[in-house]
Design a binder for this molecule. Structure first.
Ligand code: THU
Length: 529
């Protein structure tokens, strides 16, 4: 039963994108900023590969990350939650959702006034608490609605609960939602009810309700649901997708509850996607420019991770990402145009670095490929699933060789070597070097892989990747020894590619052939066989 747990750490970006200046952002890096706080902890995220992701040089990388990972660049021209989540799920937005720094245009307001039969007050960007202080009394006298916006793409309606009953306020929001389409398709229409007797004691109530814009086309959520699988939405995911493609949802009050519910989701019997948004990073700390608070929230997530990974089942895959940045220490309180991390962990996942990829919908492709659901969108799935790959490519083979080093038994040389041998039917045999106190019985990684394969009845090979270095540190190409070349020549053609890995992060390798490594070799042919 395949399950993907996709967790969005809302606003946890990992460095400015090349076009950040077009968004008013320069030198922003949410992760780097919080890493400077004394409350920052990242031990478990680092074990998965966080610090090995491109551009994270300010963190300390690990030698053998447990996860597969990449840095992802956004293609959509926006940096908000909705556009970020949509791109993660397969939709590229050529323009940002509309914002109204000068208030809504006449055509929108008059249509709204006509349809509701009430006048609109304010019509400006305003703080939510100030707006009821400044317009609340007039609203109570006249019954006019307080309409305001913010730096985000929102149309907000504030009304006193005694003047406009809740259900009626929600109905006005639905009316606004119908008017706000096309170029005025704002991200959210929000009902903002309040209570109190006068401007000194007006208070917003918990009856806020969001009416989100529907995704303009099919997302991976629809594809997964239509394939008969479950899409379980935790946190504000249900709002972000306006309920589209979601089979079950639960709202949360902050990160701590979100993490608890995600952990409990491991005990649910379902096949498909559990899609989680942890919003506190953004709403409580990013916008409020609270670096230490942000770092503490990240430390809480990092500390929670092992409780989740320990309980994961055989076919579970955990994916961790973000939707944009919100650097809490830069010059403004708004979101920041940043790369996002994409970390993937599970028994079926081949660990390794996939560099920098675009767009965010690489995630939709990777999720749907794992679940075996057809879904068309921009971007390529990361080739990280051992069993899904019909024929692993050179990159996968190299990552497998790097992974193979972890089992090297090298008490004498300290030199770890890993090999990954690809068979004709697409199987990979990993090998490591195994040393011996009597020294000479030691065996190399390449031969371990060859002998494993041959002893299991596989003699047809299509490629081998080899790597090694002191204590597993890759410091350049590791050439197979003469004996291993000779053993390979017994079973492999001179044209067979040999990949020598030059660096793990970013992954670099050179491709040679066995014939180039061992020309004029002595083979079975020389004995007439
Ligand atoms: N080694 C290999 O695993 N493959 C080679 O092709 C060359 C050498 C190992 C053997 C020994 O454990 C260590 O590297 C240092 O020589």
């Amino acid at each position: 039963m395949k399950r993907v747990f996709l967790i969005v750490l809302d606003s946890v970006g990992i460095g400015e994108e090349p076009d950040a200046h077009l968004f008013g952002d320069r030198d922003c890096n949410t992760m780097k900023r919080i890493s400077g706080s004394p409350f920052y902890r990242n031990e478990n995220m680092r074990a998965l590969g966080l610090a090995n992701i491109d551009g994270q040089e300010y963190l300390t990388p690990v030698d053998r990350p447990l996860g597969a990972f990449a840095r992802l660049q956004e293609k959509s021209m926006g940096k908000d939650t909705t556009i970020g989540h949509w791109e993660i799920s397969g939709i590229i937005s050529p323009s940002p959702l509309p914002t109204y720094p000068d208030g809504f245009p006449e055509e929108v307001i008059s249509a709204f006034e006509q349809a509701t039969g009430r006048k609109a007050l304010c019509n400006k960007p305003y703080s939510g608490t100030e707006v009821i202080k400044d317009y609340g009394e007039e609203h109570m006298k006249t019954g006019d609605l307080i309409v305001y916006t913010s730096a985000d793409s929102v149309f907000q309606i504030a009304a006193h609960e005694d003047v406009v009953p809740l259900e009626q306020l929600y109905e006005y929001c639905r009316i606004a939602r119908k008017i706000l389409t096309g170029k005025h398709a704002v991200g959210r229409v929000i009902a903002r009810p309040f209570v109190g007797t006068n401007s000194s004691d007006f208070k917003r109530t918990a009856n806020r309700h969001d009416f989100s814009v529907e995704p303009p086309k099919e997302t991976m959520l629809d594809a997964i649901k239509d394939a008969g699988k479950t899409v379980y939405a935790v946190g504000k995911i249900n709002d972000i997708f306006a309920g589209q493609g979601i089979s079950e949802y639960v709202y949360t009050h902050g990160n701590t509850e979100g993490l608890q519910i995600t952990l409990e989701a491991l005990d649910k019997e379902f096949e498909g996607l559990c899609f989680v948004n942890l919003v506190d990073f953004d709403s409580q700390y990013g916008h409020r420019q609270d670096v230490d608070g942000y770092a503490k929230a990240f430390a809480e997530f990092d500390g929670w991770l092992p409780s989740f990974t320990e309980k994961m089942r055989e076919d579970d895959v955990l994916m961790i990402t973000a939707d944009h940045g919100c650097d809490p220490g830069d010059s403004h309180t708004d979101h920041t145009r940043e790369y996002i991390p994409f970390l993937i962990y599970g028994k079926n996942v081949i660990p390794g670095n996939h560099g920098t990829k675009t767009p965010f919908s690489v995630i939709a492709k990777t999720v749907t490929e794992y679940l075996g659901v057809p879904f068309d969108c921009e971007g390529e799935a990361l080739p990280v699933f051992a069993e899904n790959e019909a024929k692993p490519d050179a990159e996968t083979l190299c990552l497998s060789a790097i992974d193979a080093m972890k089992n090297a038994y090298v008490p004498y040389s300290g030199y770890k070597v890993g090999a990954a041998l690809l068979t004709k039917d697409g199987k990979i045999y990993q090998g490591c070097n195994i040393e011996n106190a009597a020294y000479s019985p030691s065996v190399c990684a390449e031969r371990t892989a060859v002998f494993k394969a041959v002893s299991e009845g596989n003699r047809e090979f299509e490629g081998i990747a080899v790597t090694g270095g002191p204590d597993g540190k890759i410091e350049g190409a590791f050439p197979p020894c003469g004996v291993c070349r000779q053993v390979l020549a017994e079973f492999c053609s001179p044209e067979m590619p040999v990949y020598l890995i030059e660096s793990a992060s970013p992954l670099k390798f050179k491709e040679l052939t066995l014939g180039a490594l061992l020309p004029e070799s002595f083979t079975p042919k020389n004995l007439g066989r």
